[in-house]
Structure formats: C-alpha cells, structure tokens
Design a protein around this ligand. Structure first.
Ligand code: CA
Length: 521
C-alpha cells in the first residue's frame, strides 16, 4: 500500500473542504439543482376553512401547529380575501387569475370552461409536472394536469370514490388522509421537479364528518357563542331573508347527526335522512359501531334539552365539535406534507401555500356557511412558505386576493404573467420590496341566490365597506370598519356618511370599469 505524501493528503483534505458544502447541498436540496432551477409548488386548499379556526390567526378555537408553521417559516397574509365567496367560482378565480365575470364561472352550478388559459396549463408548457388531487368541483374534466385524481362533485368523507384520470376508483380510508397519501405518492415519483401539485381537501365542508379517531375530540370543551351571534339584522334586508342560520337552518339529522325523529324541538328537513344515509352507510360495520357508540353519548345530552335556546346552544356546540375535528385532521395532514419535504430535502426550493376556497361563519351574525361580503366569509386564511426567497415570520396586512395566486406563482417561477390575468403578483410584498402602489381597495361580486341569498357587489377600503345587494333584494349597506369592525351597524343613509357614500360609489364604478364588470345600474 502506498501512503499519500503529506502534501497530497493536505490537498485531498482541502478538496474535500471545498466540495463538501456542494455535496451537502446536493443531498439536502436536490430540486435546487434541477436544470430549470424553478421552485416546486404545493398549493394546499381546503374547503370552507375559516381563518377563525387557524391558530396563527386566532387561538380561541383550536391549535393548528402545522398550518401555523407555514406562516412562521414564511408569511401570513392578514387581509387575504376572495372575489366571490363560494366554492366553484373561487376555484376558477384561483386557476385563471380572473374575476368570475371574465372566466365565466359565476356560481356553483356552472361548468368550468376548461379550454381557457389556466395556471397549471402555463406551468406545464414551461416544463412543470402538474397534478390535482382531491376536491375539484368544477364539473368539467381537469385540463393542464399530467395526473389528476379527484373527488366526483362534493365527494364523500368515508371510503370515498375518486375519478382517477377519468376512471372511477374506490379507496378505503378517510378522505383527508387519502388525498394526502395520493399526494405524497405522486410527489415521490416527481420529486426531481419542477412540479406543481394542487392538493385540495374536501374538509371541513358541510356536513362535517370527522375521522373516527377524533369522534371524542373537544368533548370536554365549551365553545362560546361569538359576540355577534344574536345579530338582529336590523337595517340588513338581505340578511333577514337568508337560510343559513345556526338557530334555524342547521338540520338535526344531517348536520347535528341525531337519530331523533320524534323529539319536540328540532328540525329535520325532508331531504336530510337520505343525504345523511348516503354518508354514514359508507362506513363498514365495525366502523359504524365506533360511530354509533360515540354519537350515543351526544344523543343522551340531546334528549335532555327542553327549550329552544338550549337547543340552539347545543347545536352550536355540535357544529363546532364536528367542524373542528375535521380541521384537526387537515392540520395533521399538512404536517405530513411538511415532514415529507424535510425528509427529502425539498423544503428549501418548494413553495407551500395553505389557503381555503373562502372563509366561513362559525356562528358570527348567527350564521354558518359563506357567500356574503361580510368579514368572516370574505376573508380567508393564506399562508405561504418559500425559504429560498421569502423571509420567515412575516405577517403582512396588504389586501391580497385569490385572484393574485396565479400571477404570484408564475412570477416566482420566472414565467411572464399573461396580460389578461387580473391579479397582482405578491412576490414584491413577500420578498421585502415594499410594493409601492399595491391596491388600496378590493372589488367583490357574488351572484348566487340559493339559500335565500341575494346577489351583491361591493368595495372594501381601509376604513369602509360598501355593498349593493341587487337581486332579488335591492339595498345598500355601509360599514365604518374603524368604529364597527364587526359590521353590526349599517350606516348607509346616515347623513354624516353621505359624502363618503358618494366617494365610495365613484371608486366602486372605477373598479368595475377596471375589471371589465359590466354591471347594469
Ligand atoms: Ca367552499
């Protein structure tokens, strides 16, 4: 054996010192060294997840350490909002970067025109591997994806079917776990990148069916009614006619899961038993025994209720428990994705977004559901992490929209943003350039009239929110958010605000012109 001389040993040591950080970075961060250098993208969107139920926004209801981690290691947008607070339209806005009147999908009943330009199509043309896994809810066949495996329509919580590349496929398990399993498995095959995965949860959508392991979670917790729960809807004609009230419209069977059909104080809608059966009968007999035993405890409490007010408060607790049990499972599964990125050394070069298709009422104004331009459904959680470019621990308060997601991701990927996208890239905000000239006001337009709702459009500025409800109710509402952040007192028509209304209406018309929304007046 020939020993290397002292000088050649020094040389070897020196070489090792020089190349080891490179070797380490290769091992730690393979995607950083993909030929394109483009970031991977994981867009996690849940369905109806209220920011009130994300502990990075509010710690009153639940701890969501994994979702919070995205914001702690990146940025949390405090005033993220949607342009049209309902499921399919919001998804279409996110995919196209265009308002509903431009992408053609104004309400839940419309097919998405999948021949149009979308974010995944552009990424795919630029060399990305693309996938959508989980909730789709746009009716037309997904386009622009190398792989798609989506729930039909709303999908089911237990042992659900998926449509895998056009083929019906059944799976065993809980939907939130399964969507994550399928996502991890697709990422594993595509981890050389760059990839873009839309990981879209069904949860915590109504009727809030929890994973069996969490059927007892929160049993020992009492959730206080929000301070606006008993809103009287004075001077708010559109709210007076809606049918999404906790105390009137939560179904005792479908929503509260009680078997009672002869109790004196409850509501069971005609459609509810069949709809509930459609969900619960998916459980296997052993699973069903676990379920029945857990809800038998709830039923014992339910039978003790005597007054309408006791019933309302009890139904609110049931609503919170099941909703938050579903959220807990979403958070667990976000944790699985983040751990996967850590283990594979992909975290540094991967953009991770967590958001919801809109906000949701957890009893505020006495409501569940979404749709209105009032704060809780207009605002939505939005957290983003990208260690390579976005500094940690940012809490930003600029007005961002789901309209901005497509331009932002294209910008981070170094792809030019098509001129017809109406959103703005958040990249300057997120990378510390102050983004002078960022929007100071937001335009909103909601169209659906189901559940007794009223179509409306409006403008939100730093101090005010002005809304015009126009079909079938015709009424204006103005809120002074500085004095009344809870939006309890409509001051439209109050003399002191006459000049403000005049100015806001001008700004509203300017926004409608800017975005090409041809509203008949
Ligand atoms: Ca939704």
């Amino acid at each position: 054996m020939v020993c290397p001389s002292l000088s050649s040993r020094y040389f070897l040591l020196l070489m090792l010192l020089i190349i080891s950080p490179y070797l380490y970075s290769q091992q730690r961060d393979p995607a950083k060294n993909t030929p394109s250098g483009k970031p991977n993208i994981i867009f996690i969107m849940s369905d109806d997840h209220a920011y009130q139920a994300v502990s990075a926004y509010s710690s009153k209801l639940i701890r969501t350490p994994n979702i919070d981690r995205i914001g702690r290691e990146g940025a949390l947008m405090l005033e993220a909002a949607v342009t049209n607070s309902v499921c399919s339209p919001s998804r279409a806005v996110m995919l196209t970067g265009k308002y509903s009147h431009m992408n053609g999908l104004r309400d839940n009943g419309t097919f998405f025109d999948s021949s149009q330009q979308t974010l995944p199509k552009i990424l795919q043309q630029q060399g990305y591997k693309t996938a959508v896994i989980g909730k789709w809810h746009l009716w037309s066949t997904p386009t622009g994806f190398d792989y798609w495996n989506v729930l039909p329509a709303q999908g089911h919580y237990y042992n659900p079917e998926f449509i895998k590349m056009g083929k019906d496929t059944s799976y065993t398990g809980y939907v939130t776990d399964l969507i994550t399993d399928l996502s991890l498995s697709w990422m594993e095959k595509n981890k050389d990148g760059p990839f873009c995965l839309l990981l879209q949860h069904k949860a915590p959508h109504r009727n809030w069916m929890p994973p069996l392991k969490y059927l007892h979670l929160f049993n020992d917790k009492t959730f206080p009614l929000p301070r606006t729960f008993y809103d009287t809807y004075e001077n708010k004609p559109a709210l007076q006619r809606q049918q999404i009230m906790v105390k009137e419209d939560l179904d005792i069977r479908y929503d509260s899961k009680m078997p009672c059909d002869s109790c004196p104080v409850q509501k069971i809608n005609d459609w509810a038993p069949a709809e509930f059966a459609r969900e619960i009968e998916r459980l296997t007999p052993p699973e069903r025994r676990v379920w029945d035993s857990a809800y038998a405890e709830e039923f014992r409490d339910f039978k003790k209720l005597r007054t309408k007010d006791e019933m309302v408060r009890w139904q609110f607790q049931r609503y919170m428990e099941d909703y938050l049990r579903c959220v807990q499972s979403v958070d667990d599964n976000v944790g699985r994705v983040l751990r996967y990125l850590d283990e594979k050394g992909l975290a540094h070069n991967t953009i991770v977004i967590y958001t919801s298709d809109q906000g949701f009422y957890l009893g505020e104004h006495g409501l569940y559901d979404k749709r209105f331009m009032y704060r809780e459904s207009f605002r939505t959680p939005f957290l983003i992490r990208y260690p390579r470019a976005i500094a940690a621990n940012q809490r930003l308060s600029q007005y961002t929209l789901n309209l901005d997601i497509a331009p932002t991701l294209l910008d981070f990927a170094g792809i030019s943003i098509p001129a017809d996208m109406q959103g703005e890239s958040m990249k300057p905000l997120l990378t510390g350039n102050k983004a002078k000239g960022w929007r100071k006001e937001v335009y909103y337009h909601y169209y659906e009239r189901s559940f007794g709702l009223t179509a409306h459009y409006g403008i939100r500025t730093a101090r005010y929110k002005l809304m015009h409800f126009y079909d079938p109710v015709d009424a204006w509402e103005l809120y002074d958010l500085q004095k009344d952040p809870d939006e309890m007192h409509n001051v439209y028509g109050v003399q002191a605000y006459a000049k403000t209304v005049e100015e806001l209406k001008k700004r509203l018309i300017d926004l409608q012109k800017k975005y090409g929304d041809d509203v008949k007046r």
